[in-house]
Structures are given as C-alpha cells and as structure tokens.
Design a protein around this ligand. Structure first.
Ligand code: NAD
Length: 496
C-alpha cells in the first residue's frame, strides 16, 4: 500500500506543520479503506501565525494595482483548467460526489477566477457631479484587511474560490479554514494560487476544527471580516461572535428549497429536474430541491413517474463512471438522514421509495443511503420544514398557484425556488411572490452561475450575496472622495 500523503498548513508562503504536531486522517466517505491523506489538526496558535502573516502581507498587497492582481488570478484560472481532472478525482475521493459533479465544482473555481480577473480592470466606483462649482466627487472601493474565510464540505473548491478570489481582487489578504472533511480540494486551490504567483502571506490555509481554528479566527482582532458558508446554527454563533468588535460577517446558511409543479407543467421535464435537484450531490446542496409541491391535478401522475425514476438511480463510489449518486459525507450525516426517515414515518407521511441504509458488500465501507421519497407530506411536518441535507425529498400536494406559493414560502429559509409551468403569467407571478434569493423557471433549484448574486433571505443569509459583482461589496468598503479645486472654502448645503 502507498504511504499516505501528509499535507500541511500554508502560512506565509510555506507549507508548515501545525504547532501541536497533531494530525488526522481524511478518508473517503465511499470507501473508508481509502485514505486520501493526513492533515494537520491545527489550533489557535496556527491561526494566529496565519493571521499575522496575512496582516503583514496586506500592507503590500493592498498597494498592488488591481490589474496586476488580476493577472495572477488569470494565470490561476489557466492552471486550474490544466489540473481540473486530477483535482476532480481528489475531490470525489474526499467528498464522495460523482466525477461529473466534482469536475463542475472545479469549473466553478475556474469561472470565478476568470470573472474576478476581469474585475481587476473594473472594480467600478461612481463619479457624480458635485453640488458646488470647481469640485469633483467620486467613490472608490478600499479593501478591508485580513478576511477570515470558513467553508463547508459540500463544494470543497467552489466555495473557497467564491470567497478567496473576490477578496484578493479587492486587495484583501485571507486566512481560510476549510471543513475538516474536505481539506484536500482547498489545499489544491491554494497551491495553484501560489504557483500562479500570489505573494507570500496573501493567502493562508489553516486546517482544523471549527472549535479551535474557526473560533480563533472569530476572536482575532486583526481579522476584519468573516465570510462563512455552513449551517444556520453555526452562522448564528458567528454573527454573535462578530458583533462586539463589529467585524463584518457574511453568512450563507441553510436551505429548504422548493420546486412548484403546476398542472400545465411538462411533467417529463419536471420529473427530470426534480431528480437532479433532489438527489444531485446526494441531496447535500444548500440549494437541493428537498420539497416538491405538486398541483393535485397532476400529483399522482407526477409521483408515479418520479418514483419510477428514483428506483433506477445507481448508487456507489463516485469514481465509477456508471454511478449516479454517491455516499453521504460522513457517519453523522448518515445518522441524521436515518433519523429524519424515522421522523417522517412517525409524522404520518407515506414512504414511497427508499428509506434504507445500504450495507451490502458493495456499499458496506461507505455512508450510503437510498434516495428516499415521502409522499402526502403536509407542509408543517418537520421533514417539510427542516433542512435534512441528504437524499430525502418531500412531495406535498397543493391546489393551484396561490396555495403552492404559500407552501413554498412557509418555511424559515429563503435560498432557492423554482416553478414548472408553460404559462408565462404563472411563471412571472411566482417569480415575484417567492421570497428567495434565487429563482428558476422550468429548471430545478440548483444550477447557479457564478456571475449573478448567490445567497438567500430569512435564515439563509444576513443580507449579503456571494459571487457576481455583489461579492465585491462584501470584500470592500466604499470611500466617498471630494476634491475641491475652487481655492476657497465651499460649505456643502450652506453656500447655495
Ligand atoms: P457547518 O456549519 O457544520 O460547518 C461549516 C464550517 O464552519 C466548517 O468549516 C466548520 O468547521 C466551521 N465551524 C463549525 N463550528 C464553528 C465555530 N464555532 N466557529 C467557527 N467555525 C465553525 O456546516 P457543514 O456541515 O460543513 O455544511 C452544511 C451546511 O452548509 C448546510 O446547512 C448547508 O445548507 C450549508 N451550506 C450553505 C450554502 C449557502 O450558500 N447558503 C452553501 C453550501 C452549504
């Protein structure tokens, strides 16, 4: 057996061991015999070193012209493109999702790198006419300083790229703490940025738990902002921890997304979309289509066709090209799914497909669960309200558009929603009424592109958006500038 590769933290331009020397094993969720690598189990001391390196590097990086920063990002995009297939294999091994999806994950990082490289020649501010003669008025963006980035395991390279790249183009330096389940993909991204020429200290990676590294980032006075993607419970803790020192915090949290299927929908298209939305990434997407609200006039027909397709989903190791759905990320997530299957059954929903863990010889070494469909779910049931983050979908009957929208909005989250209909009036009405950050017509709730804002309302977010030019707002502060070249005192609002 090959000796497992030992990975380190990346601090001040060098790969270094954790101060404590503690390590942990990163194993594949599809096959726990597959050891992906050994990673540092870092603590507050490593975090402090990384933050100090980032603070020192900020003094220089902020002064590098943005088009020059952009050239490095552009090179990184090209290098990611060359490394895409290898990075996808590593990601499938550590995260479990199938190869076509991990290639897509790396592609998001490539897209984001090109997009943010383009922003290096824009970073637009405003010039506006001044109220006074011989006076000039404009606004410019300025960087914040050291940004602490905390990411989940379900998009192991895409989400780090969504945070690191806009932060860098705005002139910030970063310390990133990836989820302990998926540090390899983040390390691959950081190595690529270093290879592309990011100066030392500008990007730092510290691998470790939320309790040790995450909390140390929240507490460090040099960290001016925290960008977090993860669960609503941890997001709430982050919001509270950032409040006393007024650290900026951008929070991208949970979802309980809905597809509305109207009685005039193209049902084949709706079934295909629901399958992809509900079971893509084994249901472990913040935007997963975990609720299907179906008009009662087509409910049984939709359900029959959907269930038929669900039964044919091939479950296995994502490295096998014939696999359609991989494992859950870990034992704890598998247990959560099992608990919700019990909860759904106890609540009186009808289990029409799945419901079981797979423990036959082909699946016994991984965290596999059948794709699971509950029908006749009522909107207030816990399985229709709470984020499960697994391959469990609730099918809820409704009576027309108004009832569908009411059910759709009747949850505490507000990330993504979609409608299947052939009627443009219904499509536009739903588009207006659904209180979510993302909305689709005749497509499932997943599939965001990187150049539009990404995020959600209510308990999904705290008012910020990632991606697109909206991301620039989270990684910069506005400075309004007035230049008076009249040679005399001109008093605004007074000398009219
Ligand atoms: P999680 O909240 O458990 O962990 C996310 C990150 O926070 C991890 O890196 C973790 O180590 C860290 N963390 C945990 N406790 C911390 C603390 N006290 N202080 C600082 N950091 C801490 O989430 P997860 O299980 O990794 O990911 C799944 C969740 O992420 C789901 O709820 C999903 O909806 C959400 N998610 C949201 C989006 C979005 O954009 N809205 C995208 C992907 C995932």
């Amino acid at each position: 057996m090959d000796t497992p590769k030992v990975y380190k933290n990346f601090i001040n331009g060098e790969w270094v061991e954790s101060q404590s020397g503690r390590v942990y094993e990163n194993r594949s969720p599809a096959d726990t015999k597959d050891l992906v690598g050994i990673f540092p189990q870092s603590d507050a001391r490593d975090t402090t070193l990384a933050v100090e390196a980032a603070a020192e590097a900020f003094r220089r990086w902020r002064l590098v012209p943005a088009p020059r920063r952009a050239e490095i990002l552009f090179r990184a995009a090209q290098m990611l493109q060359e490394r895409k297939d290898a990075f996808a294999v590593g990601m499938t091994r550590e995260m479990g999702k199938i190869l076509t999806e991990t290639r897509g994950d790396v592609q998001e990082a490539i897209d984001m790198a090109y997009f943010m490289a383009g922003e290096g020649r824009r970073l637009y501010g405003q010039t506006v006419p001044a109220e006074m003669p011989n006076k000039f008025a404009m606004s410019v963006r300025m960087p914040l300083g050291v940004c602490g980035l905390i990411t989940p395991w379900n998009f192991p390279m895409a989400i780090p790229s969504w945070k690191i790249l806009p932060a860098l183009i705005c002139g910030n330096t970063v310390v990133i703490k990836p989820a302990t389940d998926t540090p390899l993909s983040c390390a691959n991204l950081v190595q690529t940025l270093a290879d592309a020429g990011i100066p030392r200290g500008v990007v730092n990676l510290v691998v470790g738990s939320g309790a040790e590294v995450g909390e140390a980032l929240l507490a460090h006075p040099y960290v001016r902002m925290i960008s977090f993607t993860g669960s609503t419970a941890v997001g709430r803790r982050i919001s509270e921890a950032c409040a006393p020192s007024f650290k900026h915090s951008t929070l991208e949290m949970g979802g309980k997304n809905v597809i509305l299927v109207m009685d005039d929908a193209d049902l084949d298209l709706a079934v295909e979309g629901a399958l992809w939305g509900a079971f893509g990434t084994t249901g472990q997407r913040c935007t997963a289509s975990s609720r299907l609200v179906v008009d009662k006039r087509v409910y049984h027909e939709f359900l029959d066709r959907f269930e038929e397709c669900v039964r044919r989903i091939r479950i296995g190791n994502g490295l096998d090209p014939t696999t359609q759905m991989g494992p859950l990320i870990n034992q704890s997530q598998l247990r959560t799914v099992q608990e919700y299957v019990q909860i759904g059954t106890q609540e009186g929903a009808r289990l029409v497909s799945g419901g079981n863990t797979l423990d036959d010889p082909d699946h016994a070494c991984g965290f596999f669960h059948e794709p699971t469909v509950f029908a006749e779910v009522s909107p207030r049931m816990r399985i229709a309200q709470e984020e499960i983050f697994g391959p469990v979908v609730s099918v809820i009957p409704c009576d027309g558009l108004d009832s569908a929208v009411e059910i759709g909005n009747g949850i505490s989250y507000g990330l993504s929603a979609s409608i299947y209909t052939q009627d443009i009036n219904r499509a536009f009405a739903a588009m207006r009424e659904m209180y979510t950050g993302i909305f689709y017509v005749n497509a499932p709730t997943i599939g965001a592109e990187i150049h539009l804002p990404f995020g959600g309302t209510k308990e999904t977010g705290n008012g910020h958006r990632e991606a697109g030019t909206a991301a620039l707002d989270t990684y910069s502060e506005w400075k309004a500038i007035y230049i008076d070249y009249s040679g005399k005192l001109q008093r605004a609002q007074i000398d009219l």
